[in-house]
Write a protein that binds this ligand. Structure first.
Ligand code: SAH
Ligand code: SF4
Ligand code: F3S
Length: 469
């Protein structure tokens, strides 16, 4: 794998746009409006990538539809983080043989993190002949070329070369939501946590230029966007690879200084790099949501070392203490892995005690899933599956009780929330900390901030009423 980051030249991107024109002309000649369906798995990074895929498709004349049946193009943007995620994709990919049989002109593509694994592309080559193209995240910017090659030659395309990664500015985006936007500030990861496949499939850490990010945020805010979530596998490493001398806290402060009524969120923060400067910056600006996703992964320092996380239990707890001291209303969420190879009962109990000590608002809980090629997949793992399941259930029960207690403490409070949609006959809104609130109201309120009095709570969400007066 080479280590150089390539910034894709604007001429190269123009070249891709010329493929969009060719594709549009191809369909124009047939006098049909082609349709495309993009299915997204995995994290927000993939959601953001799918917006670019839809951008390219729209520019090539495709109408975006919501189902694979009958679509002229189907793109599966996949996730490789756990075995289960991959099995789902293979299952759904298999089902596409039927949609293609009913519509033989359908072109099927697989991209995203799974496309970065040689074992996956080999399997597709051999056993999934109905898939027309596979491209890894490094080749997303070349999607028009790949699509055109398939349309014009009928030959299968595999753009999967192993690279450190690149940055392409100016790919069109079709965003799902006008109120809330994802903005990638960096790509890739250098951390190589021993369980994780992301660095292998998304390449090395590379930051977008500050000016490009600021320009995108300004544009979003001017067009009415109310919430921007900055994305990166470890946003706290932002800028380390740039000559600009800017770090993530500086970037946050500059975005917060853009005029307008909006909130900034971000994910994910690696605890090793989450600094007091970051927490102070968050505390100092009303436009930075008091919400922090700070994955701890395990409460045992021995396990954390085996995970190559570069912090221990005490350092983590100290950072949480500081963050809460400068932001008393902080909503704190985290990721945790149960059943890492060799995790003992006592080490698992340390995870439970950390959860009880920190009292997260919500937790994303995972059972360790061995990923081929990562160091942890080769580690001795004597704990039986049933035991891991038992630990997982216990952990969820402990956390659910905490989440419910924290939610109950909201009852009676009146909070400023962004009204963001409808669900059945209720409106939905988000608190500054990102908690979901359902309340009755007129859909004309969508897109506005409202004061909502919380009247009820469950483990997962809140209910409330508009404040009268
Ligand atoms: N970059 C982010 C995490 C991205 S992956 C960070 O470092 O915090 C999201 C979560 O998936 C991780 O935090 C971890 O808890 C979980 N995860 C990653 N690899 C996993 C594996 N092999 N098995 C189980 N869970 C895993
Ligand atoms: Fe994976 Fe660790 Fe990188 Fe997060 S920081 S993406 S868990 S290697
Ligand atoms: Fe999955 Fe890739 Fe995200 S592996 S979690 S989609 S970075």
């Amino acid at each position: 794998m080479s280590s150089k980051t390539t910034v894709i030249a604007q001429e190269e991107l123009q070249w891709q746009f010329s493929y969009c024109d060719k594709i549009a002309a191809y369909w124009h000649e047939k006098q049909v409006t082609p349709t495309a369906y993009v299915e997204t798995y995995g994290c927000q990074q993939n959601e953001a990538d799918s917006e670019k895929i839809r951008g390219y498709l729209t520019q090539s004349g495709y109408a975006i539809v919501q189902q694979a049946e009958g679509a002229d193009v189907v793109v599966m943007n996949t996730c490789a983080i756990r075995e289960h995620a991959e099995q789902r994709v293979f299952g759904n990919l298999g089902a596409l043989t039927h949609t293609k049989r009913r519509h033989p002109e359908q072109k099927i593509f697989l991209c995203g993190c799974m496309a970065g694994e040689t074992k996956v592309s080999d399997r597709i080559k051999k056993s999934y002949p109905h898939v027309d193209g596979v491209f890894s995240t490094h080749h997303l910017w070349q999607f028009p070329e790949i699509l055109w090659n398939v349309l014009s030659t009928g030959k299968r395309q595999f753009f999967i070369a192993d690279e450190a990664g690149s940055i392409a500015e100016g790919i069109p985006q079709v965003r799902d939501n006008t109120l809330k936007a994802w903005v990638s500030i960096m790509y890739g990861c250098n951390n190589f946590c021993t369980y994780c496949i992301v660095p292998y499939v998304r390449g090395r850490e590379r930051s977008r230029k500050k000016e490009d990010i600021l320009a995108e945020c300004r544009c979003l805010i001017e067009s009415g966007c109310k919430e921007i979530t900055l994305l990166g596998q470890n946003v706290n490493s932002y800028g380390k690879d740039l000559a600009e001398g800017v770090d993530f806290s500086d970037l946050l402060a500059e975005i917060a200084a853009i005029p307008g009524d909006f909130l900034i969120r971000f994910m994910t923060s690696h605890p090793r790099d989450a600094s007091q400067k970051l927490f102070d910056t968050m505390a100092s600006s009303p436009k930075i949501a008091k919400q922090l996703h700070l994955p701890f992964q395990s409460g045992s320092s021995r396990v954390l070392k085996a995970m190559n996380r570069h912090y221990d239990r005490e350092t983590y707890l100290e950072k949480v203490r500081y963050a809460k001291s400068v932001m008393p209303d902080l909503v704190l969420t985290s990721d945790v892995i149960v059943g890492f190879p060799g995790e003992t009962e006592d080490e698992f109990e340390q995870t439970i005690s950390l959860i009880e000590q920190v009292r997260y608002d919500a937790l994303f809980t995972f059972i360790f899933s061995p990923r081929a090629g990562t160091p942890a997949a080769a580690m001795d793992d004597p704990t039986p599956k049933e035991e891991k399941n038992r630990r997982f259930d216990r952990l969820c029960a402990v956390q659910n009780a905490i989440s419910e207690q924290i939610h109950q403490s909201y009852v009676g409070k009146t909070l400023r929330c962004l009204v963001d949609g409808t669900e059945k006959d209720m409106l939905t809104a988000r608190t500054e900390g990102g908690r979901l609130v359902r309340f009755p109201g007129d859909s004309a309120l969508i897109g506005t901030y409202q004061m909502i009095t919380i009247t009820g709570a469950t483990t997962w969400s809140l209910t409330g009423n508009l404040e009268r007066g």
